[in-house]
Design a protein around this ligand. Structure first.
Ligand code: DGY
Length: 429
């Protein structure tokens, strides 16, 4: 099915629901595709990074001109305006959105290179991607450092990727929803309303994105020009853990290209320091979980989301934090190895838990893949093996669903979903 979703230059997450190229989807898809076709995996990342903006941001959607305008909302016309993007360096010749998604790309590039180093060297794959990946990380660590501590902030739930997580309910409540008559939700043409975000959430997504666009996509971070961080400005554990993981990967890429020792690289040191910052800013010892920090109130958001488990992928976490995170994953809030088959996106005991609605409870394959990777990294092999087996079962039984009920594994959302298929392939290798 990964062939069916291939457009010639990239892979769509879903033929009907998401008919363009999505940033973090493409990174996860490349990680799986490398086992089938290292060349296509390289092209996937090259296509995405060719749409990078002048300021270094990698847009969350690269639009496919062949797709009819009404097939997805918000399309290219929404993200474009007379002046929007000019200062931030929106690229010519390709239509993109103006927000970002989690930076999984350097990790993906490194894994894709390792799948066929000969092909990669012959095509100068890493050499061509390196400056783009470095600029992407620089953008996140400077223009997006709205909190001033070194972590990247997200300005929209779509940027963090877990769109309607209850973690966002507090910050989103400050946003006046856009007039529902002013736009049409194309997602409901293809998805059951009970599986998707509500209309009120959508109205808020649209309002926030339009505000950012109308301010020329300018950022509030250290080298940004927008002084007001906006209604939604959050430091998120998964987004930053993925940035740190990708910093380690970029250190490996640089060492490979320069023929130097990676262990002592400046970038690696920065990744370690950022891990300390992540713990200092987002670790909540009482809940034994990483939480999101709302930069408007400068307080941690008291909701338990799967985002708080993702820092398990970091090698330099303090051992006491790692041990506590594993206990939390196994405990009543996430049920790993016990009540649930797969790790849910949100606290099983939380008031907003809903086993079918998108990121308010269902289990997703990319987050479970990351949790399994983290468990393996920290030596929790039986737990990681069990999770891997459950993911393979659920992916197969649900026809590669976008997400599943964490208790039963019943499929929800789109089927034949790109990263579900790709990460299944990765688990099989
Ligand atoms: C959507 O359209 O639902 C996406 O999550 C936004 O990128």
């Amino acid at each position: 099915m990964l062939w069916a979703n291939w457009t010639g230059t990239s892979t769509v997450p879903s033929l009907a629901l998401y008919p363009h190229q999505w940033s973090w989807d493409s990174a996860f898809i490349a990680i799986g595709l490398r086992h089938l076709s290292p060349l296509r995996a390289q092209l996937e990342l090259e296509t995405l990074l060719a749409a990078q903006w002048g300021d270094g941001r990698v847009p969350h959607i690269v639009f496919n001109d062949a797709v009819p305008p009404g097939a997805y909302f918000p399309g290219p016309d929404f993200w474009r305006s007379a002046t929007a993007g000019r200062r931030a360096g929106a690229p010519g010749g390709v239509q993109t959105s103006g927000i970002v998604q989690p930076p999984v790309h350097a990790l993906a590039a490194w894994l894709v290179h390792r799948a066929d180093p000969g092909l990669s060297r012959a095509r100068s794959f890493l050499a061509r991607l390196r400056p783009r990946l470095a600029a992407w990380h620089r953008y996140l660590m400077t223009a997006r450092d709205a909190g001033g501590a070194g972590l990247a902030a997200v300005l929209h739930p779509w940027e963090q990727g877990m769109d309607n997580s209850p973690c966002w309910d507090g910050p989103l409540s400050r946003v006046e929803p856009a007039d529902p008559g002013a736009f049409r939700r194309a997602d409901l043409d293809h998805g059951a309303p009970g599986d998707r975000p509500t209309d009120t959430d959508y109205g808020r997504y649209v309002r926030l994105a339009a505000q950012y666009r109308d301010q020329g996509y300018e950022d509030a971070g250290r080298d940004g020009t927008r002084r007001d961080p906006g209604a939604f400005s959050v430091e998120d554990p998964a987004f930053n853990a993925l940035l740190i993981t990708s910093e380690y990967a970029l250190a490996l890429i640089e060492a490979e290209l320069d023929g130097t020792e990676c262990r002592s690289s400046e970038r690696r040191e920065r990744a370690r320091a950022l891990t300390d910052t992540l713990v200092a800013r987002l670790w909540d010892p009482a809940r034994a979980l990483f939480l999101c920090r709302d930069l408007r109130s400068d307080r941690l958001i008291a909701e338990r989301g799967v985002t708080g488990l993702i820092p398990l992928v970091l090698p330099a976490l303090p051992p006491a934090v790692t041990a506590a995170l594993v206990r939390t994953a196994r405990g009543p809030h996430f049920g790993l190895g016990g009540a649930t088959r797969l790790v849910p996106s949100y606290d099983l005991t939380g008031p907003a838990f809903d086993p079918r609605r998108y990121w308010r409870g269902p289990a997703w394959f990319n987050t479970n893949w990351l949790v399994a990777k983290g468990l393996r990294l920290h030596g929790e092999l039986p737990l990681a093996d069990r999770l891997r087996a459950a993911m393979l079962d659920a992916a197969d039984a649900s026809d590669f669903a976008e997400y599943v009920d964490p208790y039963t594994g019943a499929g929800r959302g789109a089927r034949r979903f790109g990263w579900t298929a790709a990460l299944t392939l990765d688990l099989l290798r």
